[in-house]
Design a binder for this molecule. Sequence first.
Ligand SMILES: C[S@@+](CC[C@H](N)C(=O)[O-])C[C@H]1O[C@@H](n2cnc3c(N)ncnc32)[C@H](O)[C@@H]1O
Length: 206
Amino acid sequence: MKDDQYRRQAEDWTERQYADAASYLAHRADLVVSLGPRLERGDEVLDLACGDGGLGEQLLARGLRYRGVDVTPEMAAEAERRLGERAPIETGDLNDYEPPARVDATTVFRAIYYARDRAAFFAHVAGFTEKKLVFDLNPRQYRVADVVADLRGAGFGRIELRPFFVPQTVALPGLAVAVAKALERSGPLARLALRLRFTYLVAASR
Ligand SMILES: C[S@@+](CC[C@H](N)C(=O)[O-])C[C@H]1O[C@@H](n2cnc3c(N)ncnc32)[C@H](O)[C@@H]1O
């Protein structure tokens, strides 16, 4: 997607991109907390390429602190509008942004492809991230083994992958969401589904 499209689409990004934003982003936030080393109340999450800060709502509701950064000024403005005084939002490029102090977790959702040099980006994030880096990964777009090798090279020795099966563009009834979440832990069946659709969530820590 071209940058000017993000400028045009900033308004109501979350509401238009996610068929059931509350359910989808709640599941994403739960995994940000629980996959890999657990986040505790008061921990700070830096969300790179934060868009309009939709994930921020969910993380703040879990007692975490949230800092959002996006390269598109219109997106950052929407995130500010959404989160107000509750979270600092900045305009910046994920390739070189440095937070004012170390953060407990860094997240990058639907934006890992904006890293100019993936290995260098992971090393940059490792320099200011205490507990873990969490991002989503499409295994049909990237070789998982290559990404894991880049993470290890940046000092992230512990890497957890979790299939993420709550759909982005289809709103499912509650029971179907529960089934989708259960299937994420189904091993070979989950890996088969990932050959056709869906993504992994990756948590990388030391
Ligand atoms: C597909 S959207 C994802 C937004 C949000 N993370 C989400 O999951 O809904 C990609 C976002 O990346 C931002 N972006 C693109 N290149 C970037 C860069 N180099 N640094 C920071 N943000 C960037 C865009 O402005 C856009 O908000």
